[in-house]
Unconditional design. Structure first.
Length: 294
């Protein structure tokens, strides 16, 4: 991977990691489904009037938008609302890396290196440590929602590959048109008008900052950068980089929310870091020995 793309990957994972505690700040004032709907409304509007639609089938845009907004981020927000700490949520979403590696093998005939297999094993152990130490039933349900969101992210990665899209920013903007209406309907069906009236009556500047960060940093910048990496490199090369996200997520939770890292969570983070290192190690083929014949 080129240095400029590696720097981009680190920036993307840093912003994504910080997005989890920032989202927690927004959830203190806004319903999780409504917050997700607002995020994708602002991600799409008014930009669709200035950015040309990418030349791919509308079905790809709709599929990615619904997976991206409804099946992924809405579930992440619901999981955090149910009590999953933002840093832990960032950890659980990283199951997407393992799902994506599997899709790479099944659909694109990519081969996993030994280091990647070792990385998968280490990271699974680390993430399972988080689940085993669940503090309650509601939080366990939140963990399950986050695992579904992780699977959804992996499906989104496959859509990027299959659609052969090149205009990444336009792709994110136009795909963002599809989540808001289903999310607004789900909000109304779940809670009636209360979330909408509460948004107006209890306006908070911190919630507005959270929303704008999710739109312009975590959506426009991050998904443009991530999808660009998926376009340029095999999914099995890009997927392990997402394991940096929980490191930044936990650090952000400690700094912004005063989250205390328990022993089991610290061990899980170390395991995931080890998984990242193992997954990125390149095995160099041995140089053949040339025997000179007289």
């Amino acid at each position: 991977m080129h240095n400029k793309h590696l720097i981009l990957a680190v920036l993307v994972t840093a912003v994504w990691g910080l997005n989890f505690p920032v989202t927690k700040l927004g959830l203190a004032a806004i319903d999780p489904l409504l917050l997700t709907a607002l995020r994708f409304t602002l991600a799409a509007l008014p930009w669709v009037f200035f950015v040309r639609r990418p030349p791919i089938a509308l079905g790809w845009l709709a599929a990615y938008g619904l997976i991206f907004g409804v099946a992924m981020w809405a579930l992440i927000n619901l999981g955090i609302e149910l009590g999953v700490p933002p840093g832990t949520a960032a950890l659980l979403v990283q199951f997407s890396a393992f799902f994506t590696l599997g899709w790479g093998v099944l659909l694109f005939r990519e081969r996993l290196r030994l280091g990647q297999l070792v990385g998968v094993g280490l990271a699974v152990v680390g993430l399972l440590c988080i689940i085993v130490n669940s503090p309650g039933q509601a939080t366990t349900l939140g963990y399950a929602l986050l695992l579904v969101s992780a699977f959804s992210w992996s499906v989104g990665n496959v859509i990027i590959k299959q659609s052969n899209v090149r205009e990444m920013f336009a792709f994110v903007v136009w795909a963002s048109l599809f989540p808001p209406i289903p999310l607004l309907l789900l909000t109304w069906l779940a809670h009636g008008s209360a979330p909408f009236t509460g948004l107006v009556r209890h306006f908070q500047w911190l919630a507005l900052f959270s929303l704008l960060f999710q739109v312009y940093a975590a959506t426009h910048f991050c998904y443009w950068g991530w999808n660009l990496l998926l376009r340029e490199y095999p999914v099995s090369r890009v997927a392990p980089l997402s394991l940096l996200i929980p490191v930044f997520g936990v650090a952000g939770s400690v700094l912004m929310l005063g989250h205390r890292v328990e022993l089991h969570e610290g061990l899980s983070i170390l395991l995931i870091l080890a998984a990242l290192v193992a997954g990125l190690i390149q095995t160099r083929p041995k140089t053949p020995v040339v025997v000179a014949h007289k």
